[in-house]
Design a protein around this ligand. Sequence first.
Ligand SMILES: C[S@@+](CC[C@H](N)C(=O)[O-])C[C@H]1O[C@@H](n2cnc3c(N)ncnc32)[C@H](O)[C@@H]1O
Length: 218
Amino acid sequence: MNVAAYFDKLYRPPERYWWRRGDPYSADPDDYPTSLVTQLTLGLIRDRVPGRALDLGAGEGADSIRLARMGYIVTAVDVSEVASEKTKSFAADAGVDVNVVTADIAEYRPEGRFDIVICNGVLHYIEDKAGVIGRIQAATRPGGINVISSWTTFTPVPACHNSIPVYSDDENGVIAYLYGSWNLKLKYFERNKPEASHTGMPEHSHSHIKLIAEKPTP
Ligand SMILES: C[S@@+](CC[C@H](N)C(=O)[O-])C[C@H]1O[C@@H](n2cnc3c(N)ncnc32)[C@H](O)[C@@H]1O
C-alpha cells in the first residue's frame, strides 16, 4: 500500500481521526496541556502579526484551521485526497479559508516566503528529508519559524506501522543537523511515548524529535 492510500483509508470515516478532544482551533497555549509543540508555537507567535503559513502533511487541517482563525493566510498540503477534502470541509465549518493542495511534499515546491512552516508528524514518511527541509528553509522568511515533529530511531518502528515505508531519523540526524544554524526555540527528544491516538492498533510507543526553530536574520 502506498502512503496516500494508507491515509485515505484511515481518514475515510467522516469523524475526526486526530484532535478528537476539546477545541482543536483554540489559540490559547494553555488549552494544549499534552502538546508541548502546540503550546510553545502558540506562545511564540501570540504577539506576532499574522502572515503566511504553510502546513505540510496537514492531515485533517487542525493546525491550518487554527492558524487561519488567527488571521494567517494558510496553505495546507497533504498527499491524501481524503485528508484534503476533510480539511476543506472542516475549514468551511470553522468559517475560514485554507488553500488546500493535494501533493507529495517530496515533490512539492512552495511558492514565495512564509512566516511559519509546520511539518507535524510527516517527515518520518519522507526518505529525502534534506530535500524537503532545504525547500522549506528557503521558503521561510528571515525571522520566520519552522515547527517540526517527527519519529526518531530511539524507538524502532512498531510492527503495526509496517504497512507503509517509514524513515525515522536519528536524534542527532539530518533534522537536528539542518537546523544547527537556526535559532532553536525548542529541541526536545520525547522518548518511548505510548501512542493513544492510533485507533484500532495494538499498544505501542514512538520516540520523537520536536523542534521549533527561527530562521536567522542576515
Ligand atoms: C501523522 S499525520 C499528521 C497530520 C497533521 N499534521 C496533524 O498533526 O494532525 C501525517 C500526515 O502526513 C501525510 N503525508 C504522509 N506522507 C506525505 C507526503 N509524502 N506528502 C504529503 N503528505 C504526506 C499523511 O497523509 C498524513 O495526513
